[in-house]
Design a protein around this ligand. Sequence first.
Ligand code: ADP
Length: 470
Amino acid sequence: MIDSVRVRLAVWHVLVLAVLQVGFCTIVYYMLSHSIYSSVDTILGKVSVDVTTALREELDTDPEVYYVPARALHSLYHTGGAFAIYDLDGKLLADKPQGTASRLAPFPSDRVVLSTRLQFYTLSLGESNKHRLSSQIVSFPDHGKIYVVVTSHLLDPMLSDVRVIRDIFSVAVPVLLLLSGISGWLLSRKSLEPVVAMADRARQIGKVNDTERLHVYNPRDELGRLATAFNELLDRLSNALSQQRQFMAEAAHELRTPISVIRTASEVMLDQEHHEESEYRTVLNITSGQIRHLARTVEDVFRLARSDMGHDSLQIAPMYLDEVLAEVCRNAAILGRAKGINVDTQEMQESPFEGDEFLLRQMVSNLLANSIKFTPKGGRVSLSMERRDNAYWISVVDTGIGIRAEARDHIFDRFYRDGSVPLDETSSSPSGTGLGLSIARWIAEAHHGTLQLVSTSERGSTFIAELPVS
Ligand code: ADP
């Protein structure tokens, strides 16, 4: 196929015009011909009626006279045509102009049906001139006479005008098509010029830098809208790309610290030949804590990366949310007890739900783990759930240290940790990965829900996840 839109447009333009022009010319040609034939037929019809009337008058005057047909034609005139009167056997009785019957108004051949109704037909007579003829059987029962009246009219002078028009059409149509093909090609080239320019520009953008955008001349026309949509797409791509880069950089940074701690600790140990057992224990403790942290970071990064790529498809299945929450709460209570924190939950109603049990477990665990982490000894963390309208509202309330005003807008960002918060004293590993809340929010959103920090102060914080019932 033709690879240029411009050429394709021009070809279509010419094809459509060709069909329209040829159709138009054909219709005009046939309408003109038809009107000529029908006006000639009207004349011939009138002439036939005149001949019949003249015959009747002559028969009424003197029925015995054998040259009635000649007398009937005597007073009739038909410019551009001829008459002839025959008997039923085809014997010529009279004609006018005299002696022209065989040439201009012959007795109907076998092909023409003789009838008492007027019959019209076209013949090429004489020097291949086209004639329109009429024939009719006229009978006069009172006088016992039957005649065949033939009239004819020369068509050529009238048809020649139509032929001139046909000749004009046959020259004008190809010329017009050629001109319209050229103009169509020029027009499509002109109108597609901005698109070609946009494509060239778009090709340059990736090469030079990703902040450059297409120029929008008129944002309201089609090309302006295309350029705007293209620029918006570039913005989205560029944002996604920079988020990706930031994510990669932060992930690399996050992994670098534990690795260098492990390396330094092992190098220190290798520098000297003999160590106390307690020294080995300390180093192994540090190493094991860092490895735990590394493993969790890798797992969290992997989960977020898969969710970004849309590969982490949910394993949706029917379940009871109350049972899932109760179990997560039991596990968290063990963690809380070790830190001297009371983790409780109130009696929950049976809550059937369709979702990914593993992910929902992780969402609530992350929230509870944070609450336990940021609540001082003797504090309290409670988990509750209620059904409002068409959604389950899961609340995690703690009596912890709260979240500073400056940090509130960032806690759901990836790798965000509030540096001013004191480290978890009970753990040998560094504080969290900074991905817990991002993952929890992603899980809520993957279930078409939301996760919000609804209140926080130095007396504690409340997180609520809202999960609509499908
Ligand atoms: P991490 O895995 O490091 O806890 P998160 O994304 O879960 O990362 O949390 C980000 C930050 O939000 C934490 O470092 C902490 O500063 C703050 N935060 C989260 N939950 C609480 C909470 N219940 N109380 C106080 N601060 C919290």
